[in-house]
Design a protein around this ligand. Structure first.
Ligand code: SF4
Ligand code: SF4
Length: 410
């Protein structure tokens, strides 16, 4: 009997790994097809910036030849009057070669940013994100998102397929933070459209908690999907073993990673994340060996731990975690209805629900997945914008269905 149970368990574990492999293969095969389908500019620079040779005798015409910039753009970059003749040299214009070089490199960096953006694709992606998250929040508030629905329909059919495979790696919440820091570190330059995108992502966190991470981020949902594939629908435990690491540990690692990567980006302009950027899985033709190894490790780890990249390294994950405390909509507990059975905390894929239940000061990221909402047999959990009532100073009476557990025991 025991042997047959173990054999069945092993069979389900192998099935999980096979299904996970098929999904990853599907992402790798289909993403390049959709990338070509968009017919837009590449999302990654295809050529390195030109090497400039600038002296006091270099003329505007020569700079046009070296940079490929148009005359009006070059005049603006060098901060000279619109009437400036292209035969004039930098010396005659009173511009030091080093200053000209810096200004031109900034103009070239800005041109690269603009040239690699597919504005039609980005605009429609944000529109779809808005519609999608509005629908998700609507369903969350009405307790309609069961784990099965989340796994079978929402993640696979919409989030991974549409925002990942069809729309690719750009834009992503993580990319807006990382690329802003790197561009500033390399050229002391801000790219306004990216700042707007970052502001929209943070606004979404303020309006609807981390639903953009939980339901819209390409790599976040892929990790989530793999984790849930390895989860028994009834017992809410892993088919293969799963761990919930203490948030103090994961968040300390994340803070350290973000401090190091931000410091290197801002001080030396070094992009430490790009070589291991897991979002490149949606742009696999640009996946180098380091990226492939990082993606492979993270996807395998996702089967055993909830969203390893989000919890251990993502800069937007950390920023969103800081901002989510100002969110209007969030998970709330009705302590009048709560019997302290702990079903919600067990259903939560991370340590978030446990901390919410105890109203701890430091709470792990909540990805607004809704598992706790639909799991509570007493409908004591909601996702809404009502004020949270304080935790009662009473011990709950034991209920027949639960052991004698008080809220502080959960
Ligand atoms: S925390 Fe996770 S879900 Fe959120 S942006 Fe980062 S990778 Fe995406
Ligand atoms: S507390 Fe946990 S289970 Fe509930 S929505 Fe947040 S992440 Fe999901």
């Amino acid at each position: 009997m025991v042997f047959s149970i173990e054999r069945d368990h092993m069979k389900r574990g192998i099935q999980t790994v096979i299904v996970a492999g098929i999904i990853v293969a599907m992402v790798l095969l289909l993403s390049p097809i959709f990338a070509r389908w968009w017919h837009g500019p590449t999302e990654t620079p295809t050529a390195p910036p030109p090497v400039l040779t600038v002296t006091g005798q270099t003329t505007i015409a020569e700079l046009i030849r070296q940079t490929g910039l148009e005359l009006p753009t070059l005049r603006r970059a060098l901060q000279v009057p619109p009437s400036t003749d292209s035969a004039q040299s930098l010396g005659a214009l009173g511009i030091a070669p080093a200053a000209a070089q810096t200004r031109l490199q900034r103009a070239l960096a800005l041109r690269t940013q603009e040239a690699t953006k597919n504005w039609r694709k980005i605009a429609s992606k944000f529109l779809l994100w808005g519609i999608w998250l509005t629908g998700v929040v609507f369903l969350l508030k009405r307790r309609r998102i069961t784990p099965r629905l989340r796994l079978r329909l929402l993640l696979l059919a919409v989030a991974v397929l549409v925002f990942g495979i069809m729309y690719g790696a750009d834009q992503s919440p993580m990319g807006t933070v990382k690329d802003t820091l790197v561009l500033w570190g390399q050229h002391h330059l801000l790219f306004p459209p990216r700042l707007i995108a970052l502001a929209v992502f943070l606004l979404l966190v303020i309006l609807a908690h981390k639903s953009i991470c939980g339901w819209g981020c390409q790599f976040g949902v892929l990790q989530d999907l793999l984790f849930h594939l390895n989860r028994d629908g009834k017992s809410r435990t892993g088919i293969l073993p799963q761990v919930k690491l203490p948030f103090a540990v994961t968040n300390s690692i994340r803070i350290l990673v973000v401090i190091v990567t931000t410091g290197l980006a801002l001080i030396w302009g070094i992009d430490l994340i790009e070589p291991v950027n897991p979002f490149t899985i949606y742009n696999p033709t640009h996946l180098a060996i380091t990226g492939a190894v990082a993606v492979g490790v993270l996807l395998v780890a996702s089967l055993f731990m909830y969203r390893p990249w989000c919890h251990l390294a993502c800069p937007f994950g950390l920023l969103g975690w800081l901002v989510e405390r100002f969110s209007r909509q969030r998970i709330r507990v009705d302590y009048q209805a709560c019997v302290g059975c702990g079903a919600c905390a067990r259903a939560c894929p991370s340590m978030a629900m446990q901390a919410i239940l105890h109203q701890e000061r430091v709470r792990p990221d909540c990805f607004a997945c809704g598992a706790c909402v639909t799991t509570c047999p007493h409908q004591a959990i909601t996702f809404d914008n009502q004020p949270q009532m304080p935790i009662p100073d009473v011990t709950f009476a034991p209920k027949p269905a639960a052991t004698a557990i008080t809220p502080t025991d959960i």
